[in-house]
Ligand binder design. Structure first.
Ligand code: TXE
Length: 529
C-alpha cells in the first residue's frame, strides 16, 4: 500500500507529464483539478500561480482550472493564471456586497488614509512591480519603472485627496425652497481593464471607485494578470477591509461577461477594444447599468510647416512607438504640411531606425516585445496590408534579428514607418495597436482637419505649430476627446479623459470619475411659513 506522499508524488509526476502534453494555449483542465482533493492542483503549474483575491484572501478558482501565462519576450510559459468563471464572480460579488455597507459609511478621511497608504506601498514596491509588469507585458523595464508604476501610485494619491475637497451644489429656489445635492456611492461596481498598461489603467478605475465609497469586482486582462495580484497584496497590507476590492482572474468571455451581466453589479468601467466595448454596452443597456467605455483610437498627429521640427520629431517618436505603439493614445496617423514633409520623413525615419529593439529587462532597450503572438500577427497583417494598399516601408517592417538567447522565441517587431499610403485606406482607418505609423503630406489646414476627422475613432490628437491662433482654431475643429498642442501624453489627472465616436462613452479622471462613481440625489426643502 503506497503512502499518501508516494501517491502524491506519482500523481504529480503524471500530472506534469499530462500538463506538458497539453498544447500551450490550452488550460490546465478540470480533470487535473479532480486530483486536487487536498489543494494539489496548485502544485501542478510551473512558476508563479496567480489566483483570485476574494474577501481579502487569495483563493483557487472554483473550477480549479488555470491558463498558461506567457512571457512575451521569450514566448514561454512562466506562470499560470486562474481560469475563473461565473462561480468565482458570484463569490466576489457576494464579498463586495457584504463589504459595501461599512465601507460606504467609512469617513472620507479614513478612506483617504487607506488609499494613501496603498500609494506609499506601491512606491515602496516600485522595482518589484515594474519588473513584474515588464515580464508580463513585454514592455521595457525602464518604461514600467518610470511610467506605469509611478502613475499607479499617483492614481491612488489623486483620488485619496480629491474626496477630501469635493464640493456639492446647493440651489435656493426664489424664496420658497432650499435644494442640496447628495452624491452617494453606487454599490458594487465592475472594473475591467486591458493588457497594454495593466496596473496604470486598473488603478485608474480602482482608486476613484473605492475613494467614492463603492466596493469593486475587478478583472485584469488574462494576458497580464500579475500586477493586479501584487496590488491585492498591497491593499491587504494597507488595511483595506476585506471584500472592498476583489480581483477575479480569467478570460473575457468567462469572467468579464459574468461581471458585466451580474444583476448586483450596478456600474461597469471598461477599457479595451471597441469590439468588446460594444459587447459590454449591449449587456449593460437592458439592465440600465451605468457604463464608462474607454476604447480604441486611430489618432492623428499633425505637424505644420511652422512647427519646431526638433520638438515635433522627438514628440512624434514617443507618440508613435511608446510601449511598442500599444497605447490607445498613440498617434498612428502622422500628417505633415508639404513644405516640411521630406525633411520630417528623413529625420523621423533616421531616429526611428536608431530605436533599440531589445530584451525588455535590459536598461538600454527602447522597444520591447509585443504583448502576445496574436497581437504580433495582427501587426504583421497590417504591415503586409499597407504594402498591398500602395504603402512604402520607410523604416522597420519586419521582426528584428535574434535579440539574445533568452528572447529567441519572443514577439518582437521593429518600429515601422509607412509612407505613400492613400489617406482613406484600411491601414489608415483601422486600429493596429503596434509600432506602426503612416506619414502623409497635406497642403492646407482644411484638408488636414478633414483627413483627421475622417475616422471612426475620436480619442486623441496632437498638433505641432508655432501659431497660437492656428492651434486654437484647429483644436476646436478636430473630433477627439483630447488635443495636445506641441506635446503628447502630457497628463493632468483633473482633466476629462476619453473619446468620442467609436473611442468610447463617458470620461475618466478628476470630477468626471467622481461623478461616474456616485449617484446624485437632489433634496429639496420647502421654506416653512
Ligand atoms: O482587448 P479586449 P484585447 C484594442 C487594441 C487591441 C484590441 C483587442 O486594438 O488589439 O483592443 O485587445 C475583457 N465582456 N485595445 O483583446 O478584448 C478582456 O478579458 C467583458 C485598446 O486585449 O477589449 C480584458 O480584460 N469583458 C485598449 C478587457 O476586456 C471582456 C487597450 C480588454 O480586452 C469581454 C487594449 C466581454 N465579452 C486593447 N471580452 C485601450 N483603449 O487602451 C474581453 N473582455
Amino acid at each position: 500500500m503506497r503512502s499518501l506522499a508516494a501517491t502524491k508524488r506519482a500523481t504529480f509526476a503524471w500530472a506534469q507529464r499530462l500538463r506538458n502534453a497539453i498544447p500551450a494555449s490550452a488550460r490546465v483542465c478540470e480533470e487535473l483539478a479532480e486530483l486536487d482533493a487536498s489543494g494539489f492542483a496548485s502544485q501542478m503549474t510551473c512558476g508563479m500561480q496567480i489566483r483570485n483575491f476574494i474577501a481579502g484572501e487569495f483563493v483557487e478558482p472554483v473550477g480549479g482550472c488555470y491558463l498558461e501565462n506567457i512571457e512575451p519576450a521569450t514566448g514561454k510559459t512562466y506562470s499560470h493564471v486562474a481560469d475563473s468563471d461565473g462561480r468565482d464572480v458570484e463569490l466576489a460579488v457576494t464579498a463586495a456586497e457584504k463589504a459595501f455597507g461599512k465601507w460606504s459609511r467609512t469617513s472620507a478621511a479614513e478612506r483617504s488614509r487607506i488609499l494613501l497608504r496603498i500609494a506609499d506601498l506601491i512606491d515602496r514596491d516600485t522595482e518589484r512591480l515594474a519588473r513584474a509588469e515588464s515580464v508580463d507585458t513585454g514592455k521595457p523595464l525602464s518604461l514600467a519603472r518610470n511610467l506605469d508604476i509611478p502613475r499607479a501610485a499617483s492614481n491612488f494619491r489623486f483620488f485619496a485627496t480629491a474626496i477630501l475637497h469635493t464640493e456639492s451644489e446647493a440651489h435656493i429656489t426664489d424664496n420658497v425652497a432650499f435644494n442640496y445635492t447628495l452624491r452617494l456611492p453606487l454599490g458594487v461596481v465592475g472594473l475591467i481593464s486591458p493588457w497594454n498598461l495593466p496596473l496604470y489603467l486598473l488603478t485608474w478605475k480602482i482608486a476613484p471607485a473605492l475613494a467614492c465609497g463603492n466596493t469593486a469586482v475587478a478583472k485584469p486582462s488574462e494576458l497580464t494578470p500579475v500586477t493586479a495580484s501584487l496590488l491585492c497584496e498591497i491593499c491587504r497590507e494597507a488595511g483595506l477591509p476585506e471584500g472592498v476590492l476583489n480581483v477575479v482572474q480569467g478570460t473575457g468571455q468567462n469572467v468579464g461577461a459574468a461581471i458585466t451581466l451580474h444583476p448586483k453589479v450596478v456600474a461597469i468601467s471598461f477599457t479595451g477594444g471597441t469590439i468588446t466595448g460594444r459587447k459590454v454596452a449591449e449587456s449593460c443597456a437592458p439592465m440600465f447599468k451605468k457604463v464608462s467605455l474607454e476604447l480604441g483610437g486611430k489618432n492623428p498627429n499633425i505637424i505644420f510647416a511652422d512647427a519646431d521640427l526638433d520638438a515635433a520629431i522627438t514628440g512624434s517618436l514617443r507618440s508613435s512607438f511608446a510601449n511598442q505603439g500599444q497605447v490607445c493614445l498613440c498617434g498612428s496617423r502622422v500628417f505633415v504640411e508639404r513644405p516640411a514633409y521630406q525633411s520630417f520623413v528623413d529625420r523621423f525615419v533616421e531616429k526611428t531606425s536608431e530605436l533599440s529593439v531589445g530584451d525588455p529587462l535590459e536598461q538600454d532597450t527602447d522597444q520591447g516585445a509585443i504583448v502576445s503572438k496574436n497581437q504580433l500577427e495582427k501587426v504583421k497583417f497590417y504591415v503586409d496590408l499597407a504594402q498591398q494598399e500602395g504603402g512604402s516601408i520607410a523604416a522597420g517592417g519586419s521582426a528584428p534579428e535574434a535579440i539574445n538567447d533568452r528572447c529567441r522565441g519572443g514577439y518582437f517587431f521593429k518600429p515601422t514607418v509607412i509612407t505613400d499610403l492613400p489617406v482613406s485606406c484600411r491601414t489608415n482607418r483601422e486600429e493596429i495597436f503596434g509600432p506602426v505609423v503612416s506619414v502623409t503630406p497635406f497642403d492646407s489646414e482644411d484638408e488636414v482637419v478633414a483627413y483627421a476627422n475622417d475616422c471612426d475613432y475620436g480619442l486623441a490628437s496632437s498638433l505641432w505649430t508655432q501659431s497660437l491662433n492656428r492651434a486654437h482654431r484647429v483644436a476646436e475643429k478636430i473630433h477627439t476627446g483630447t488635443v495636445w498642442i506641441n506635446c503628447w501624453m502630457l497628463r493632468d489627472l483633473r482633466v476629462p479623459f476619453g473619446g468620442m465616436k467609436q473611442s468610447g462613452v463617458g470620461r475618466e479622471g478628476g470630477d468626471e470619475a467622481l461623478r461616474f462613481f456616485t449617484e446624485p440625489k437632489n433634496v429639496c426643502i420647502a421654506k416653512q411659513g
